[in-house]
Design a protein around this ligand. Structure first.
Ligand SMILES: [Mn+2]
Length: 326
């Protein structure tokens, strides 16, 4: 029996909306809240498929995520294989363990594989696990990409930090007003396949072995420079520091996480979404056991990241030669 037990073939009426999430067991509980909020705000007339790309995910977590399935939102799993691309990424990540390295985990790069691993889709969405839907993600899917390869929002965290602005312009050669956040992506998967995106990214990693501030995101901006459509604030609204009126997707990016802190803007929406999942108790316990030292460490990581951006921004020409963008 189909999980789409609606008495008709849903695929005949509308296209399924594929939404990709990339996790390890550490992120399963946050992703569950994101998925639950997606379900709550889905259009009952449409069908969605959440595809969870993972490497290490405990059986119990897979089971709990799988049980979230609803009439119009399917859940699917894809285990990442250690192919050549992954080996390059894992090796690269293993070297980046210094302070200020948020991105030393291969899981951040899984989104770069979507086009290659899922040839059955021509268009798809990627969302970070630290997001919450407050609108129908199907509306994001419907946005016309025109000639562009992906759509993403210009990173609001960059504009406010002069070190970040100088870093993206000097070290990456990307204008700050064009530099996007990679936490929410609408992708033309056909075009990404044509560009051989994953090959391009791993070629850059191999050739330069560059120490960057936000690796997967920096590579995305460098490779797709000039080919990105800019989404409005509503599709990647970062409520700490900007208005969340009319927002359809909230992103707790580089800010206090609602699963650690009490006073987080829109944090109650995260908890509301978490309540409907099998992870609520785990999340509550995590919040209760979060220590002042851990909070200090998180703050120091952000400061180290800014310091690193400042150092890298002093270089005379961009890290990657011109001609990388396709
Ligand atoms: Mn994020």
């Amino acid at each position: 029996m189909s999980i789409f037990n609606t008495g008709m073939n849903p695929f005949k009426k509308t296209k399924v909306v594929p939404v990709f999430v990339t996790i390890t067991s550490d992120y399963a509980k946050y992703a569950a809240a994101a998925i639950s909020s997606l379900m709550r705000h889905s259009n009952p007339k449409r069908h969605y498929r959440v595809i969870i790309m993972y490497d290490k995910l405990r059986l119990i977590d897979r089971w709990r995520l799988r049980n979230m399935v609803t009439r119009n939102v399917a859940i699917e799993f894809h285990k990442m294989k250690y192919n050549l691309y992954m080996q390059i990424i894992v090796r690269y990540c293993a070297k980046r363990t210094g302070s200020g390295d948020f991105f030393s985990n291969a899981v951040y790069y899984y989104r770069a594989f979507i086009a290659r691993l899922f040839p059955q889709y021509d268009k798809g969405i990627y969302i970070d696990s630290d997001t919450i839907l407050t609108g129908d993600i199907g509306e994001l899917y419907d946005i016309d990409l025109g000639e562009k390869v992906i759509a993403a929002r210009v990173d609001p965290k960059v504009a406010g930090v002069p070190e970040f602005v100088r870093y993206v312009e000097n070290a990456l050669g990307v204008p700050a007003k064009e530099y996007v956040n990679s936490g929410v992506l609408l992708m033309d998967l056909k075009k990404l396949r044509k560009l051989h995106y994953i090959t391009k990214m791993t070629d850059l990693i191999r050739e330069y072995d560059a120490d960057l501030v936000a690796p997967d995101q920096d590579y995305l901006n460098v490779i797709l420079k000039g080919q990105i459509k800019h989404l409005g604030r509503e599709w990647n609204c970062q409520p700490e520091g900007e208005s969340y009126r009319g927002a359809k997707l909230l992103h707790f990016n580089l800010s206090k996480k609602p699963w650690y802190h009490e006073d987080v803007t829109c944090g109650e929406l995260f908890w509301k979404a978490a309540k409907g999942t099998g992870f609520y108790g785990d999340l509550m316990r995590e919040k209760e056991s979060y220590t002042i030292d851990e909070a200090k460490e998180a703050q120091m990581k952000i400061e180290a990241l800014i310091k690193k951006a400042d150092e890298l921004s002093k270089m005379e020409k961009p890290i990657f030669d011109s001609g990388v963008s396709s």
